[in-house]
Design a protein around this ligand. Structure first.
Ligand SMILES: Cc1cc2nc3c(=O)[nH]c(=O)nc-3n(C[C@H](O)[C@H](O)[C@H](O)COP(=O)(O)OP(=O)(O)OC[C@H]3O[C@@H](n4cnc5c(N)ncnc54)[C@H](O)[C@@H]3O)c2cc1C
Length: 290
């Protein structure tokens, strides 16, 4: 039976993304369990696109809204460990919670997740990484579900994860993932996590409305260096600004709209291209009507 109570029409999405901007989703569904999600997808006869959302830390939803169904995974967040040390996390679990869970079970290898403010689902989609590690290095496999409620398990090699990308068809939404880990010392794991947190505080704006790194690095360049060299640090458009602290971050400084933020990104792309001949590609996902 569909838990219709969690299907909302015309849901304002602005509070559900880190940027704090964006319009309404035609429908918004927040499954409370795997069964709830499965039933919804099996019974859903609305012919609308479906888009999975995690913590909203890498996304802009445009002001004109999204003409489809956004499925918010944030309540599917259980984490388990088996006797062999394999950690299973539902894809709505926050990366930092998975890092802390591993530490509490004396398992090492997942410390880098402490600094990424997203969910496991978003992390797999983006092959998120930091401090020399990335999802690809720890993922064993992921169970995904499509719009018809069909479940399928993919090995990490099936996903072809690369720098902030994967090659899996967008029809698949990630449900639960298994991660490898090694036995570690709680003190050392804690020390590493503390170092990561402190280092991020130094290099990145914290407590700000942002989407993290705006553009991807290229094979032969760092996006921030091109942005800096093109005099974009501190550049403003409406309420949006290029961070002075980390110039690959856009900040919603003063009631920016999604349009302000996207347009600022496009201005930066243009300036960088004119100045260096290099084409920047958005790392942040942008959805919704123009
Ligand atoms: C301050 C800050 C610092 C950051 N630092 C880093 C960093 O160090 N390294 C790094 O890699 N990233 C970083 N990011 C970016 C971001 O946190 C990661 O990309 C994160 O993994 C996104 O997860 P999310 O749950 O927020 O995804 P969302 O923003 O909700 O979505 C991003 C993409 O993932 C997809 N997605 C989400 N859940 C699922 C699912 N269950 N199944 C299928 N697709 C799904 C969405 O459809 C969308 O395409 C940072 C962001 C911020 C704001």
């Amino acid at each position: 039976m569909i838990n219709r109570s969690s299907l909302i029409e015309n849901k304002n999405m602005s509070k559900l993304t880190w940027f704090g901007v964006g319009g309404c989703s035609k429908y918004y569904f927040q499954p409370s369990s795997e069964q709830d999600l499965f039933s919804f997808l099996k019974d859903n006869n609305m012919n609308l696109p479906i888009y999975p959302l995690g913590a909203g830390s890498n996304i802009i939803i445009r002001d004109q809204g999204y003409d489809g169904i956004i499925i918010h995974f944030n309540k599917l967040k259980e984490i388990f460990i088996d006797k062999k040390g394999v950690i299973t996390a539902y894809c709505g679990a926050m990366d930092a919670d998975v890092a802390r869970f591993a530490r509490n079970h004396l398992r090492t290898g997942l410390e880098f997740l402490i600094g990424i403010p997203g969910t496991i689902g978003g992390g797999i989609k983006m092959n998120s990484g930091a401090y020399g590690s990335e999802i690809k290095k720890i993922l064993i496999d992921v169970t995904a579900i499509n719009k018809n409620g069909i479940l399928k398990k993919f090995k990490v090699s099936d996903l072809k994860l690369d720098y902030r990308t994967n090659k899996l068809n967008d029809e698949w939404m990630f449900l639960k993932a298994r991660f490898k880990s090694n036995i570690g010392s709680k003190d050392l794991i804690q020390k590493k996590m503390k170092e990561i947190i402190q280092s991020r505080k130094k290099s990145q704006p914290t407590g700000q409305k942002t989407g993290g790194s705006t553009f991807m690095n290229g094979k032969d360049f760092k996006a921030w260096q091109l942005i800096d060299a093109s005099q974009c640090r501190g550049l403003k458009n409406g309420g949006a600004i290029i961070s002075n602290k980390h110039c690959n971050f856009i900040i919603n400084e003063n009631n920016a709209t999604a349009t302000d933020i996207e347009a600022l990104g496009e201005i930066v792309k243009e300036k960088v291209f004119k100045n260096t001949g290099k084409k920047l590609n958005w790392e942040i996902k942008i959805i919704g009507k123009k």
